[in-house]
Design a protein around this ligand. Structure first.
Ligand SMILES: [Zn+2]
Length: 237
């Protein structure tokens, strides 16, 4: 296999990143239907079969950004599974769902999870749709960080957020995010004229009935997302 790879591997679309040990390269193999791999040194690749263990297809575990999705597949990444109490190795609730058609959805963005989303290295223009289960901080405590850092890192559109209404407006998602946006006034004003303003527009909030069962929350581009009430001591989904 190594000998065959030596003669036919073609690197295209190279992404070069400086790493402590030197330059690492991500590329594609035309003979393997676009499955990504990495080589420690492209100049030595043809003569270095010992580098094969770093190639994604030789691993027996999934590493982020190392596996393509087919059009009929989806990938759910647990960016956070923790609680409101901060833990260095476990962010609060956050799930990134990637569909083979290119759609990406974030379900919850709990405290600490923005760092994990950033680690996926997905361009922020693709991360503009957030669904909140309810308004506890372990489910939306990093929304401000995603909002600001995402715009700063290249999101050129408003952040769209779907979340539950409440038994009164003050307990709904729109109220919470209107006020969160106001709380960021100093931050946003300080970036005026310095950074692209398109990502700093107010949240585009869509509320749904927190008591509804199997309600269609989202339906675009052939994708339907429904909600059910959460088992929770407060008004939530
Ligand atoms: Zn909760």
């Amino acid at each position: 296999m190594h000998k065959h790879r030596k003669s036919t591997t073609v690197l295209t679309g190279l992404i070069v990143a400086a790493v402590m040990a030197g330059a690492y390269v991500l590329g594609r193999s035309d003979e393997r239907a676009g499955r990504p791999f990495s080589l420690a040194n492209p100049a030595q690749a043809a003569d270095a079969p010992s580098l094969s263990p770093v190639m994604a297809r030789d691993r027996d575990f999934y590493a982020p950004n190392s596996e393509d999705l087919r059009p009929d597949e989806m990938r759910l990444i647990a960016c956070g599974t923790g609680m409101p109490t901060a833990r260095p190795k476990q962010a609060a609730s956050c799930w990134l769902l990637e569909l083979g058609n290119g759609d990406k959805f974030i379900f919850d963005v709990g405290t600490g999870s923005n760092e994990r989303i950033a680690a996926m290295q997905i361009p922020y223009n693709y991360l503009d749709k957030v669904f909140l289960s309810h308004l506890h901080t372990d489910h939306f405590g990093d929304l401000d960080a995603l909002f600001i850092s995402g715009a700063l890192a290249g999101r050129q559109k408003p952040l769209r957020v779907w979340g539950p209404g409440g038994d009164k407006p003050e307990r709904g998602t729109k109220y919470a995010l209107d006020h969160l946006f106001k709380a960021l006034t100093w931050d946003i004003d300080g970036r005026a004229g310095i950074t692209d303003p398109r990502g700093y527009q107010p949240f585009e909030v869509t509320e749904f009935d927190y008591k509804g069962v199997n309600e269609i929350v989202y339906q675009e581009n052939g994708v339907t997302i429904r909600s059910i009430p959460a088992i929770h001591p407060w008004t939530a989904r």
